[in-house]
Design a protein around this ligand. Structure first.
Ligand code: T3D
Length: 265
């Protein structure tokens, strides 16, 4: 079944277990507006509640992925702005919800990512980028601190020295460099990009969804847990995974020497 929502600044479709969310303000390189946050939030609600969805893709329309906050919404001429209120209302819930989704989230970085656009990508589970894409921690150019979880995810992904150089220097990072540093999963040749993303989505949508969600939860918790806490978490998650239909199917398929047919439960 295909359900398509034509929205104002995003596209959202679901088909064969794959939900595709496209940021769709190509003229502004898909910069975030209040409207875009609302539409993204609505899409996340669908992913959270529709059990047929087994993987979420986030990508951008046109030549950019996302240029972060739309600066035309910031009327700095009229006096001081409370940006913290905006972070609290929009970016923090976005990152919290994305990282907690019970399905894998793939981010296909189709072009330049800047500011919160980079950090949105880093909040996803697997980031795959066009080789021509670039990443810019644009905050230093306008006197801001990285947000949308960037100060948390960057040093963990690439180390403190690189995170500081990337953020304070403000220079763009190529997709190849981002892959070499472990900031993203993979850089892919531009002409292979769409096919590679589709292959990944098909594979994840046919995967043991609860097991994948448990693995994501465990890996995400690791950087703030002790080994002992992590061992306990693995025990609890493995107990839950061991009760799933997909575990039974996986073992049965292995014994019968055939591909597993996972149903996501
Ligand atoms: O405010 C809060 O709530 C706090 C939260 C902040 C989160 C943040 O993300 S702050 C950081 C905001 N983002 C930026 O500062 C990035 C600004 N953009 C750029 O640095 C560059 O545009 C890029 C490096 C992303 C791409 O450069 P380039 O040369 O490929 O494209 P361009 O020509 O600069 O941009 C193309 C168009 O997109 C252009 O519009 P025009 O002139 O064709 O009508 C440009 O104005 C527009 N655009 C790009 N980024 C933004 C934007 N419009 C509004 N807001 C943007 N962030």
């Amino acid at each position: 079944m295909t359900a398509e929502l034509q929205r104002e600044v995003t596209l959202f479709t679901t088909h064969d277990g794959v939900a595709r969310l496209t940021l769709n303000r190509p003229e502004q390189l898909n910069a975030f507006t209040v409207r875009m946050h609302a539409e993204v939030a609505q899409a996340l609600t669908e992913v959270e509640t529709d059990r047929r969805i087994r993987v979420l893709l986030i990508t951008g329309a046109g030549r950019g992925f996302c240029a972060g906050q739309d600066l035309s919404e910031r009327n700095v001429e009229s006096g001081p702005l409370d940006l913290g209120a905006n972070i609290e209302a929009y970016y923090n819930p976005l990152v919290r919800r994305l990282t907690a989704l019970p399905v894998p989230v793939v981010c296909a970085v189709n072009g330049v990512a800047a500011g919160a656009g980079v950090n949105l990508a880093l909040a996803c589970d697997m980031v795959i980028a066009r080789r021509s894409a670039r990443f810019v921690q644009a905050f230093s150019a306008i006197g801001l601190v990285p947000d949308a979880g960037g100060t948390w995810s960057l040093p963990r992904a690439i180390g403190q020295a690189r995170a500081l150089g990337f953020v304070l220097g403000g220079e763009p990072l190529t997709a190849d460099q981002a892959q070499a540093w472990g900031m993203i999963w993979k850089a892919v040749d531009d002409d292979q990009f769409d096919a590679e993303v589709d292959r990944l989505l098909v594979k994840l949508a046919a995967g043991p969804t609860k097991g994948l969600a448990a693995a994501k939860q465990a890996i995400r918790s690791a950087s703030t847990a002790t080994l002992s806490q992590q061992l306990d978490l693995e025990r609890d998650l493995q107990r839950a995974c061991g009760l799933t239909d997909d575990y039974r199917e996986g073992v049965t398929a292995f014994k019968q020497r055939r591909p597993a047919r996972f149903i996501g439960s």
